[in-house]
Write a protein that binds this ligand. Structure first.
Ligand SMILES: NC(=O)c1ccc[n+]([C@@H]2O[C@H](COP(=O)([O-])OP(=O)(O)OC[C@H]3O[C@@H](n4cnc5c(N)ncnc54)[C@H](OP(=O)(O)O)[C@@H]3O)[C@@H](O)[C@H]2O)c1
Length: 296
């Protein structure tokens, strides 16, 4: 049995098999400590583990579906069995769905709450008290520029990222002077599989904002966390998007984001089953052109 003082600190990357999580794991590996990669796909985990080893770190992998229940207990058991303790928790697992909330499957939308909100919150609350007791380490949570505004046609995703930002920033304040940091990272579009999986690559919004590489986000996120930052918004276009969201009133921002997020081939939110542009899209144009050009 390993005595408590023999436990070694580990960086635990949730969503470490791909995208931003995998890139953060590679950056963390340069510190030559233990890096625990958690995700579902064994191939992705194996590839990420060899990158961690090439970078000088010691890699551990855990195949785990975070929404299947008891994830913190299973992760805690894995860490203990390997003589590790969660020193830094990186919450990078997340997904989104694009489309009208009334047209998208309810289960898929609730799954966003389960992963992006419930799982992230549960893991954060599970591991933070130990960090505070040891007076070191912290949590790096992945939000998004989507966390700065409500997002019509990706309503659940934007709302989930708003939650992550508010939750993380509040914890950052609560934990000042404890030796523990909570950092929120809010990137704009990043070139990962997320964009195609979520359908965000079909929106004007995600296409007008320049994409950055996951490695770029990882470098800035890790540096920001290490220097105790509350919020990291990597890249100039993400910073401008966050600034616009802060300055523009909701009455202007909501229709703008809605227009940039909607695709002409999307199902109409009215539930007709028709394409938006052949249904309410046409009606809106007719209404806008109403008698003597007056908008009713
Ligand atoms: N890409 C962007 O444009 C962008 C922009 C802003 C913010 N973000 C946020 O950044 C985070 C990372 O995004 P990404 O671009 O790296 O996405 P990604 O390439 O799709 O990677 C997502 C990671 O989460 C893991 N994952 C997903 N569902 C899981 C589950 N149920 N249980 C365990 N692991 C799960 C995936 O691994 P498995 O599939 O192997 O389980 C993968 O490792 C997300 O929270 C996302 O919302 C992304």
């Amino acid at each position: 049995m390993i005595s408590h003082c023999e436990f070694r600190p580990a960086v635990v990357v949730i969503g470490g098999s791909g995208g931003i999580g995998r890139a953060i794991a590679s950056v963390a590996a340069r510190e030559r400590g233990a890096v625990v990669l958690v995700a579902r796909s064994p191939e992705g985990l194996a590839a990420a583990a060899s990158e961690v080893r090439e970078g000088g770190g010691e890699a551990f992998t855990l195949e785990l579906d975070l929404v299947a229940g008891d994830a913190p207990t299973r992760l805690e058991g894995f860490l203990s069995a390997h003589g590790l303790v969660c020193d830094v928790l990186v919450n990078s697992a997340g997904y989104g769905l694009r489309g009208a909330a009334t047209a998208l499957p309810i289960d898929g939308q609730l799954g966003i709450i389960d992963l992006n909100i419930h799982s992230l919150t549960e893991l954060t609350l599970h591991f933070l008290p130990g960090m505070v007791a040891r007076r070191r380490g912290g949590v790096l949570n992945l939000s998004s520029v989507a966390g700065f505004v409500p997002g019509p046609y990706m309503a659940l995703y934007f709302a989930s990222k708003g939650f992550v930002r508010f939750f993380s920033e509040a914890l950052h304040q609560e934990l000042r002077r404890t030796g523990v940091t909570v950092t929120c990272v809010a990137p704009g579009p990043v070139s990962t599989e997320f964009l195609a999986r979520s359908g965000a690559n079909q929106t004007v919004l995600f296409n007008i904002l320049p994409k950055v590489d996951p490695e770029y986000v990882a470098e800035r996120a890790w540096r920001g966390f290490k220097s105790g930052r509350r919020l990291v918004v990597p890249g100039i276009s993400a910073k401008l998007a966050a600034l616009a969201a802060a300055l523009l009133p909701s009455a202007a921002m909501l229709p703008l984001v809605g227009r940039l997020q909607r695709g002409g081939n999307d199902q109409c939110p009215c539930g007709s089953g028709m394409k938006f542009k052949k249904c309410c899209g046409t009606r809106q144009i007719q209404l806008r052109r109403g008698p003597r050009g007056i908008i009713p």
